[in-house]
Design a protein around this ligand. Sequence first.
Ligand code: IPE
Ligand code: IPE
Ligand code: MG
Length: 259
Amino acid sequence: MNPASDERQMSPSFDQPRQDLPRHVGIIMDGNGRWASARSLPRLEGHRRGVEAVRRTVRAASELGVSYLTLYAFSSENWSRPQQEIMDLMGLLKRFIRKDLADLHKQNVRVRVIGAREGLAPDLCSLLDEAQDLTADNTGLTLVIAFNYGGRQEIAQAARTLALRAMKGEIDPASIDPDAISAALYTAEFPDPDLIIRTSGEQRLSNFLMWQAAYAELVFLPIHWPDFDHAALEAALAQYASRERRFGGLVTRDVMTAS
Ligand code: IPE
Ligand code: IPE
Ligand code: MG
């Protein structure tokens, strides 16, 4: 083994070939509360530190060449939390956009928001619109914020849209295939996620990108979200690079031995 390939083995993200790099990374940012409890701090402090991890991750994703980063920030089911925590999470998103929008714009980040607007305060909705409008023409990382987002709700909404169009005679029900459903989701303009990372050790999707994740590689990290950083993203990308994606087919090696 020559020294160059040895070095690559020890550091899989070194000189990474582009096909080993996920184009779209989704992150289930979990563990803020447990991070805080472990330090005898209020849960809010965990969420605050979680926002700092978001800042680091956006930079890291850009630096590492990821094109789309979807961050799960508030689920449709998170409404079942105490009212105060819900208000804290809404407040943190508002503050994040107010404080960071100019900087995101400077970083050439394009901000998109997915999820339902129902239940969100008008001033928050205006801020979300402002963030999307200001950065619409940016050509760097697309940062997708999943807020008040639920995968099942999104699919149900797509079904309603398509049913209405069929009722109006605009589409033939027989033409409704997976592509038609994908095109009716919030995420129509984005490629499916290649890699989904969840922090905090939980191993479930919790209603995140249920349709889009059909062939995503899943990486579960034991660290809590406030501890996530460039190195953690790099480690997840290295795991991704070592996976063999098959999409139901055979890899070249197996095709050769199939006959
Ligand atoms: C993730 O951290 C943030 C949101 C879900 C909004 P949690 O608040 O779920 O933290 P844990 O899971 O209770 O530790
Ligand atoms: C998933 O985390 C939602 C977000 C990260 C926004 P939760 O903490 O809400 O998920 P469960 O309840 O543990 O499945
Ligand atoms: Mg959680």
